[in-house]
Design a protein around this ligand. Structure first.
Ligand code: ATP
Length: 355
């Protein structure tokens, strides 16, 4: 098969118990997840947790210590077998954009299309330039483009041959925050328009939330949870996911019913059965937006620090037990550090971890 053939789009990327390492020592351990047609997935985790290593294994640049990587049922990698990277029909975009400086923008985008007929190349390049918002740039050279424009060209070059899957390793981290904010939704829109399945590596959760349909949260080589951004924020399955994603505190509590716990802030109810037995000692995840400033509440805390965020204040509040938690309040509720305020808890469901 050559790059001319329009490969059927990806139906399913499946990783089953994949371990990858260097010098016999695993840095990715038993990673499993699936990515379906047209989905944008993300590997999210702190620096050094093994995200790039796993991405490189999918691309075919690292061999597996155990497990299997399949695309549409075909094994790409196992400890005894590895399809060459150039035969995987996988495109890549990296942080260092690495366009060819001596080639024009059109030549850069056409780079992987050498076996296509001339007219088809011309059509594809024109289509992609338009898609990434750079129509009219075909004769320019990379050095005359901004970082964001260069990253759009890199994306166009990577998707030009219609790969089955696009891998992106921290593609936005070299760009300033404002540019990133503009570019991330644009790139998501382009990938969706092309129905391109993609896997992004990032350590930035806002980027993961803005780009991905499905996020796999990793720490120390282990995937803790794979789910939608909403699921990993609101239904974290491990303490690591609960504390890595967003602001959160663990409030000590005792179970007092199928959807109730007792804590420093009184009895707190959720809508779903949490599955813990009565009287179990647990930690309840509370986010700043779960804890509201409430003058009528009998439960009090002392403000120990505060941040003005424009639309609201973020307070750190010390409860009578000594536990310190976050609390959001509208920006009209301007209280001094040291002041005592009333607090109430509003939770949709209870996220509990045994203590
Ligand atoms: N070629 C290599 N040889 C030996 N060890 C390596 C090699 N590449 C990466 N590592 C180690 O493997 C671990 C995982 O690295 P990896 O780059 O996959 O993490 P990451 O999550 O992508 O981190 P970052 O976000 O900082 O890039 C790290 O401890 C790293 O030092």
């Amino acid at each position: 098969m050559t790059s001319l053939s329009l490969h059927a789009s990806l139906k399913e990327l499946t990783l089953s118990d994949v371990s990858v390492g260097y010098d016999g020592s695993a840095v990715v351990k038993n990673a499993s997840f699936q990515l379906l047609e047209g989905q944008i997935g993300c590997l999210l985790g702190p620096s050094g947790c093994g995200k790039s290593t796993l991405l490189r294994a999918i691309a075919g640049f690292e061999s597996l210590m155990s497990g299997e990587i399949r695309i549409d049922g075909d094994v790409l990698s196992s400890p005894s077998h590895s399809v060459n990277p150039e035969h995987r029909f996988i495109g890549m975009v990296f942080q260092d954009i690495a366009l060819f400086p001596h080639l024009t923008i059109a030549q850069n985008i056409a780079f992987g299309l050498s076996e296509w007929p001339k007219v088809a190349i011309q059509e594809r390049v024109t289509y992609l330039l338009d898609l990434v918002g750079l129509a009219g740039f075909e004769s320019r050279y990379p050095h005359s483009l901004s970082g964001g424009q260069q990253q759009r060209v890199a994306l166009a070059r990577a998707i030009a041959p219609k790969p089955k899957l696009l891998l992106m390793d921290e593609p936005f981290s070299g760009l300033d925050a404002k540019l990133r904010e503009e570019l991330v939704p644009d790139i998501r829109h382009i990938l969706q328009h092309e129905k391109m399945s993609a896997l992004l590596v990032t350590h930035d959760q806002m980027e993961a939330f803005a780009m991905a349909d499905q996020v796999s949260v990793m720490d120390a080589g282990v995937i803790h949870q794979t789910g939608s951004p909403y699921q990993i924020y609101h239904r974290p399955e491990t303490r690591f996911v609960a504390s890595f994603i967003g602001h959160g505190d663990f409030l000590p509590a005792v179970v007092c019913g199928a959807n109730c716990v007792h804590s420093d802030l009184g009895n707190i109810r959720g809508e779903l059965d949490h599955g813990f037995a009565d009287n179990a000692q647990v930690d309840l995840l509370v986010r700043p937006d779960d804890i509201l400033h409430d003058d009528d509440s009998e439960f009090l805390g002392v403000i120990v620090s505060k941040w003005f965020r424009g639309s609201h204040f973020l307070y750190r509040v010390k409860l009578t037990s000594g536990k310190v938690i976050y609390c959001f309040a509208s920006s009209h509720h301007n209280h001094a550090v040291g002041q005592e305020i009333g607090l109430s808890v509003h939770l949709d469901h209870l996220v509990l971890f045994s203590r």
